[in-house]
Design a protein around this ligand. Structure first.
Ligand code: UD2
Ligand code: MN
Length: 593
């Protein structure tokens, strides 16, 4: 551990102009008891709590915390706020291009390198568990398209570093016809010269999408068990043994790790609550709290949990069973829907799907998908239509009620999949709903008796660390809203301080947010980091709304890696912007209670 960190710090210090400290920098005028409260995320032991159908962001798998399920208890977050500091134009370019091409902070990803320690987020009881010595060996399949090389190689190395050699049969990388030069050239070289022979690289002649891509990867595999991972993951301590154990006991068990969260803006690794997979009638995946009945049992926090669906990216399955069960629907393109399809198929055709709390794998959850499909089609709708027609019987009407425009849409030929369903003698969708996902609300044509109403848990509010004014030393002025502080998208400027004016009062909280007059958060644009800071609704997911106070009185923006300054201190306009941190007077601020 210490060696890795020493190396990392050494590398970092060598390209930084000043000696950066990764420690959390205490705020001027107030030293919190601990540098910054660590965030703690629990396993949910309370329930049953039902989260009302949230507005699912179309075509996006959110992280298991969402903005709605937050609760403090355990886990640990390493937070190095200034890891993304920009020192020159090249850094700026890496960062900005990274956000455009990958929708995460590639500058930080590159600086982290290919190996890093991650906090062990497992429940303490997991560490006492032992696993059979004769577990089946695994073929890890990682399909990628235009992935950031550092993220991809960190995925690969995390597997190599944290998997016992005898359990790792091979790693199969499937390049889905990426266009990026380093993936075409450097990766091939790296695999050949730097990785064990058991890591293979397969290249698709044309873009297939992740569904056929995984099928191609699986067809090259020879291990007993297939393990699928996204190309921007980091596996945690002892991640594989707990996945292989239930498969060894029953080959028709498909298992998922708990997906920990790697922040797209800071690459911080943090613990996820143990939640399970559900879906809504728009056929979007969602996370649900685990009903109490599932959590009670002698094994408590370490026991596998039945899950109605999987998120899609990270799971393990007996290879022969994957083939018997019909792999995936090869008529599905690029992205989306395959996760519900395979989940329904597993349950309806005699298998089961479990989440294994003692296995943890981190995944970079992004705010948007940085790529489209080659023809620009909405592949999620196409894929969902196919799964609805094959698997959902009369309940496909629930989908059409929400998406009437899709009723007449062509979805290609599904004969093979319908035959598969017959051949495997699969149960009805009604059986699945009644037995596997009874929490699902059904209205309209297939309505059931009304369900009890559950109460949604109040959202946790981050603790306030300090309340006061943001004072600019050089101009003697305070940071305020240019217009009204409740106006979303409004700019901020420095003006004469007025110590009686509530509109000049900021809150600084444990999430590193700066909230003006208890209304809106100070925010920067993710992709256009040169835009001036503005006031936006607090989104609670850090990054563009994360600020720290550091050396030289700086006010540092975590996701753009730059410091807040007054643009032209002599003008009375008082405009502010973010710029490369240089410790100069225009960049000096005090938070004053
Ligand atoms: C989630 C899943 C993802 C998949 C998807 C639904 C997790 C953590 N992730 O979306 O695995 O099930 O839901 O389809 O559960 N890729 C290709 N070719 C393409 C497009 C993508 O190889 O044409 C790769 C991509 O590089 C990545 C993987 O497929 O490694 C998943 O794509 P994503 O990360 O954009 O999907 P994500 O995590 O939003
Ligand atoms: Mn992903």
């Amino acid at each position: 551990t210490s060696v890795t960190w020493t190396l990392l710090l050494f590398v970092y210090f060598n390209f930084s102009e000043e000696n950066q400290s990764f420690k959390n920098v205490p705020i001027k005028g107030l030293e919190p008891q601990r540098p910054f409260p660590k965030k703690f995320y629990p396993r949910f032991t309370r329930g049953p709590v039902h989260i009302p159908e949230l507005q699912q962001k179309e075509n996006k798998i959110g992280n298991p915390l969402g903005n709605h399920v937050q609760d403090p208890v355990k886990g640990e977050v390493e937070f190095s706020p200034e890891m993304g500091m920009i020192f020159n134009e090249e850094d700026q370019e890496v960062r900005d291009l990274g956000y455009q091409k990958h929708a995460f902070n590639m500058l930080i990803s590159n600086r982290l390198g290919y190996h890093r320690e991650v906090p062990d987020t497992r429940d303490a009881k997991c560490r006492e568990k032992s696993y059979p010595p004769d577990l089946p060996s695994a073929s890890v399949v990682i399909c990628f398209y235009n992935e950031a090389l550092s993220a991809l190689l960190r995925t690969v190395h995390s597997v190599l570093d944290r998997t016992p050699a005898h359990l790792l049969h091979e790693i199969i990388l499937v390049d889905d016809n990426s266009e990026l030069a380093d993936l075409k050239k450097d990766l091939g070289e790296y695999v050949k010269t730097q990785l064990p022979k058991t890591t293979k690289l397969v290249r698709n002649e044309k873009r297939e999408g992740l569904i056929r891509g995984r099928m191609i990867g699986a067809s090259h595999a020879t291990g007993k068990v297939l393990v699928f991972l996204d190309s921007h993951c980091e596996v945690n301590e002892m991640w594989l043994q707990p996945l292989l154990t239930p498969i060894r006991e029953d080959r028709r068990t498909v298992v998922c790790p708990v997906i920990d969260i790697i922040s797209a803006d800071t690459l911080t690794y943090s613990s996820s609550p143990v939640v399970r997979g559900g879906f809504n009638w728009g056929l979007h995946f969602k996370w649900d709290l685990v009903p109490l009945s599932e959590l009670e049992g002698p094994e408590g926090a370490t026991a596998p949990i039945k899950s109605p669906t999987m998120a899609g990216g990270l799971f393990a399955m007996d290879r022969e069973y994957f083939n018997e069960l019909g792999q995936y629907d090869s008529g599905m393109d690029i992205w989306g829907g395959e996760n519900l399809e395979i989940s329904f198929r597993i349950w309806m055709c005699g298998g089961r799907l479990l989440i294994i709390p003692c296995s943890r794998v981190g995944h970079i959850f992004r705010k948007r998908r940085p790529y489209g499909s080659p023809g620009g089609q909405d592949t999620m709708a196409h894929n969902s239509l196919r799964l609805a027609h094959v698997w959902m019987d009369e309940y496909k009407e629930q989908y059409f009620a929400l998406r009437p425009e899709l009723r007449m849409r062509n979805y290609g030929n599904i004969t093979d999949r319908v035959e598969l369903r017959k051949r495997l003698n699969c149960k009805s969708f009604k059986w699945y709903l009644d037995n596997i996902y009874p929490e699902m609300q059904i209205s309209g044509p297939n309505a059931k008796a009304p369900q009890p109403v559950f109460i949604n848990r109040a959202q946790k509010r981050p603790k306030i660390i300090q309340r006061g004014r943001l004072y600019h030393l050089q101009t003697n002025k305070c940071l305020v809203a240019q217009g009204h502080p409740s106006q979303k998208g409004g700019l901020v400027v420095v003006r004469e301080c007025d110590y009686n004016d509530q509109n000049q009062v900021w809150i600084y909280n444990e999430d590193h947010e700066l909230i003006l007059n208890n209304l809106l958060c100070l925010d920067v644009s993710e992709t256009r980091s040169s835009d001036p800071p503005r006031l936006m609704k607090c989104h609670g997911s850090g990054g563009s709304q994360q600020w720290t106070f550091g050396k030289n009185n700086r006010l540092y923006q975590v996701s753009v890696g730059q410091c807040m300054k007054v643009v032209d201190p002599l003008s009375h306009k008082g405009y502010v912007a973010v710029a490369i941190c240089d410790g100069s007077l225009p960049q000096q601020w005090h938070f004053e209670s």
